[in-house]
Design a protein around this ligand. Structure first.
Ligand code: PMP
Length: 401
């Protein structure tokens, strides 16, 4: 007899990136030499001084439950970071630490959404946002942001999408999957619209803020309009900047009543994030930041090489990402083409399956990110893998009729 699932779970799609990781692992275990461009995490190891801090914490008996909202030391380090790097003033009681930024976004929605509420999500978006909104009973309202507009939300489109039911707008700069970064002027235009709609809250997912290229600067909506602080939740974490995905530390900063509600939910679900990971996170935030800049420099050189290799492949159109570590090339020119096996490529999913089957290259389809026909390719993989993977993509595209 099979288990009777709740309807909200039965309707839930598995995360596209997690599903891809599972498939690639299975194929690799079966002996296929896959080049994996689906990876959504740094391929670098966590810096040694952070690991050392975790070891010290374990030896010192930092192995117990912590306060649900996070250790005082970590919340203090987060406040210091927000002040130092973003010029924003928060007190520790406005900070809640969780098991990754992902958990905090989910709990922020759990804490605030009722059925009938709407959440405005610019597309392309990180795969999890719409599902998290739907899981919490609300309706994702997707605004497509085409490549011709730099994949960025325009003020007119935001204005049109807001209704009396809107609870949140999600902003994510640098963006996963396009790498688009909002300039100060663009952010100002959006905050001008938001100022006219005081019932709309802003969730700013800043997780890629340190992975910026060509001198681009990260701008948070509060840095252009501090009055929005009373209805803004900053989401951030250590996963991407410090190569700490597996440590599962993320945080939210915002108005105390919202932060308290999120902590209340954590108290009934995970109790707290790992004590050892929290100690490591303090060392990361308080320690030498030059490693973060070095990592960004490395990613930028890989991005440059990958753009060079993909540019000129027949059927692909690629633009350089300004931040994060993904390229989002258009595959418009491949749609309608025929594979050597005689199949017509009708969607970007067809293209991704063709590349996996014929070229042993794993990529994610734009449909999973809400804007087609595109592919998402990560450049957080080694340079030899980038060389080989792009050569395989070129051969596969050239083989199409
Ligand atoms: N936001 C975005 C845009 C992401 O890409 C990710 C990770 N893929 C997260 C949040 C979650 O990161 P974590 O839970 O590891 O902190």
């Amino acid at each position: 007899m099979s288990v009777k699932l709740a309807s909200r779970v039965a309707e839930l799609k598995p995360s596209a990136s997690i599903a891809a990781k599972k498939k690639v692992t299975e194929l690799q275990a079966a002996g296929r030499q896959i080049i994996d461009f689906t990876i959504g995490e740094p391929d670098l190891d966590t810096p040694a001084h952070i690991i050392d801090a975790a070891v010290v914490a374990m030896r010192n008996g930092d192995t117990h439950y912590t306060a649900t909202a996070g250790t005082p030391a970590l919340r203090q380090a987060i406040c210091a970071k927000l002040r130092r790097e973003n010029g924003l003033v928060y007190t520790p009681d406005q900070i809640v630490v969780g098991c990754g930024a992902k958990q905090l976004i989910f709990e922020a929605f759990a804490a605030t959404l009722d059925s009938g509420n709407e959440v405005v999500i610019p597309a392309p978006y990180w795969v999890s946002y719409p599902d998290m909104v739907a899981l919490n009973g609300a309706k994702p309202v997707i605004i497509k942001c085409p490549e011709s507009r730099g994949f960025k939300l325009k003020p007119d489109d935001l204005e049109k999408a807001i209704t009396p039911k809107t609870r949140w707008l999600i902003l994510n700069s640098p963006n996963n999957p396009t790498g688009a970064v909002y300039t100060r002027e663009e952010m100002f235009e959006l905050t001008t619209v938001l100022a006219r709609h005081p019932h709309v809250w802003i969730l700013t997912d800043d997780i890629y803020e340190h992975l910026m290229y060509d001198g681009h600067q990260h701008v948070n909506p509060l840095q252009v309009d501090e009055k929005l602080a009373a209805r803004t939740l900053i989401i951030n974490g250590l996963s991407k900047a410090y190569a700490m995905t597996g440590w599962r530390i993320g945080y939210a900063a915002g108005p105390k009543d919202l932060v308290d509600a999120i902590a209340k939910l954590l108290g009934q679900s995970t109790t707290c994030a790992s004590s050892v990971s929290q100690a490591a996170a303090v060392a990361a935030l308080d320690g030498d930041q030059s490693l973060v800049r070095q990592a960004a420099t490395l990613y930028q050189s890989r991005r440059d090489r990958m753009v060079e290799l993909l540019d000129g492949i027949p059927g692909l159109r690629v633009r350089a990402a300004d931040g994060a570590f993904y390229l989002y090339p258009s595959v418009e020119g491949l749609i309608g083409r025929k594979t050597p096996a005689g199949k017509i490529l009708e969607t970007d999913l067809d293209v991704s399956l063709y590349l996996l089957d014929e070229a042993n290259v794993a990529v994610l389809d734009g449909a999973a990110y809400g804007l087609s026909p595109y592919l998402r390719l990560s450049f957080a993989i080694s340079s030899p893998a980038i060389e080989e993977g792009c050569a395989r993509i070129r051969r596969a595209c050239e083989a199409l009729r």
